[in-house]
Design a protein around this ligand. Structure first.
Ligand code: S3P
Length: 444
């Protein structure tokens, strides 16, 4: 999916934000539910699937691979083909802007005797794929011309060799791709991660009936999947996305007088680093009514306007809040004192170089920043001038973070494009307006 004309938007200083609401389903879990549904035998029913462009591209991809995914009433149904049962697609698979869809699908395709061309938009075509293709090639996958960027053509095989692989970077996408390949491989495939990354793949594989064991020690965590397991179609309920909720929660913390509650948000500990950090900054953020839904921890999150202080965010926390750094950096501008964020190497290879884009956006709006290697420092003064134009580089999270900034800045903040927000959070503007945020069209 490509976006033709950019649609700029400005966010203006707003009155207190109020309300109780829900955010759409978690993106990571939505991709995985469609893929495991396709690899299971029988029907999988998914409630709360995120209907964003990234996820719809995955739904189209599994359909093109012979496992039709369609919506009936308020439930998505996938008719699975069983482990190793996907078919040669007639056309290239288009993943649009979605790194997760692309990389996890490489693992899904690997143990099949099919040849698949994968394509994506300008942002996705710049992102490194070698990190996933490297281990998959060790297992027996071939890639035409040995390319490590999209477009590329991947040749799977039903004769993969199991591997033991230590992740060179903390990435749930690499881990998941190897485990999904391991699912269709005879024997045991093992991934070792030094730092914990989101564990939705492991949880969901077990939910569908696969044998996945984990062992944690000084070395980190060893995750092993027993291959050639038969998955059974299941019911999946997708909780609210904490990475989408982050924008509303941040807005409530920085707009004076605000008090909002978001119900049913995923609070898996591999995803909650942002909320922990906000609390350390003095943010009035409470995780209420904790419960378990569909094998994942869920809570209602209440946030109220707070006086914030700068903090130091340790590098080890990065994997649990990797998608939230642009938003945290904006919040840090409204805190008193400096906030230091270490260990941000992975931020440079997201939908854009988010380290550079975040620092540039803050500077354009009168906030002093420093970037040194993998560290970002934001010098907060409790307020921001605003008035800047932010370059979003086809990156949904840069667009949303800086629109939130405008709600509390002295003068409006404009982002050069909002089209990409639909890749993860199509309801962003409507939900933000529902709690009182003020936006206005801009010529930019
Ligand atoms: C994701 C993992 C993270 C994250 C992305 C979703 C996933 O990427 O940034 O938005 O669903 O596995 P990495 O695994 O590359 O860190």
């Amino acid at each position: 999916m490509t976006h033709a004309d950019p649609t700029p938007l400005a966010a203006e200083r707003s009155e207190a934000l109020k309300g109780t609401l829900r955010v759409p389903g978690d993106k990571s879990i939505s991709h995985r539910a469609l893929m495991l549904g396709a690899l299971a035998t029988g029907k999988t029913r998914i409630r709360g699937l995120l209907e964003s462009e990234d996820v719809i591209n995955t739904a189209r991809a599994v359909t093109a691979l012979g496992a039709p995914a369609k919506k009936t009433g308020d439930t998505w149904e996938v008719l699975g083909r069983g482990t190793g049962g996907l078919a040669q697609p007639a056309e290239p698979l288009d993943f649009g802007n979605a790194g997760t869809g692309t990389r996890l699908m490489m693992g899904v395709l690997a143990p099949h005797d099919i040849t698949v061309t994968m394509i994506g938009d300008a942002s996705l075509s710049k992102r490194p794929m070698g990190r996933v293709l490297g281990p998959l090639k060790q297992m027996g996958v071939e890639v035409d011309g040995d390319r490590d960027r999209l477009p590329l053509t991947l040749r799977g095989t039903s004769q993969l060799t199991p591997i033991v692989y230590e992740l060179p970077v903390p990435s749930a996408q690499i881990k998941s791709a190897i485990l999904l390949a391991g699912l269709g491989t005879a024997g045991e495939t093992t991934v070792i991660e030094r730092e914990a990354t989101r564990d939705h793949t492991e949880r969901m594989l077990r939910h569908f009936g696969a044998e996945v064991s984990t062992e944690t020690g000084e070395f980190g965590t060893r995750i092993t999947i027993r291959g050639e397991a038969e998955l059974q179609g299941r019911d999946v309920t997708v909780p609210g996305d904490p990475s989408s909720a982050a924008f509303l929660i941040a807005a409530a913390l920085i707009v004076p007088g605000s008090d909002i509650t978001i119900e049913g948000v995923l609070v898996n500990p591999t995803r909650t680093g942002f909320y922990t950090t906000l609390q350390e900054m003095g943010g009035d953020v409470a995780l209420l009514n904790p419960r378990e839904e569909g094998g994942e921890p869920v809570a209602d999150i209440r946030a109220r306007f707070s006086k914030l202080s700068g903090v130091s965010v340790p590098a080890e926390r990065a994997p649990s809040m990797i998608d939230e750094y642009p938003m945290l950096a904006v919040v840090a501008a409204f805190a008193q004192g400096s906030t230091r964020m270490d260990g941000l190497a992975e931020l440079k290879v997201k939908e854009s170089d988010r380290l550079a884009a975040t620092a540039a956006g803050l500077e354009a709006n009168g906030v002093r920043t420093e970037v040194a290697g993998d560290t970002l420092i934001v010098h907060g003064t409790g307020q921001a001038a605003g008035g800047g134009l932010v370059a979003t580089h086809l990156d949904h999270r840069i667009a949303m973070a800086f629109l939130v900034m405008g709600l509390a800045s002295e003068t409006p903040v404009t982002v050069d494009d909002t089209g990409m927000i639909a890749t993860s959070f199509p309801e962003f503007r409507a939900l933000m307006e529902q709690i009182g945020s003020r936006f206005k069209a801009s010529e930019a």
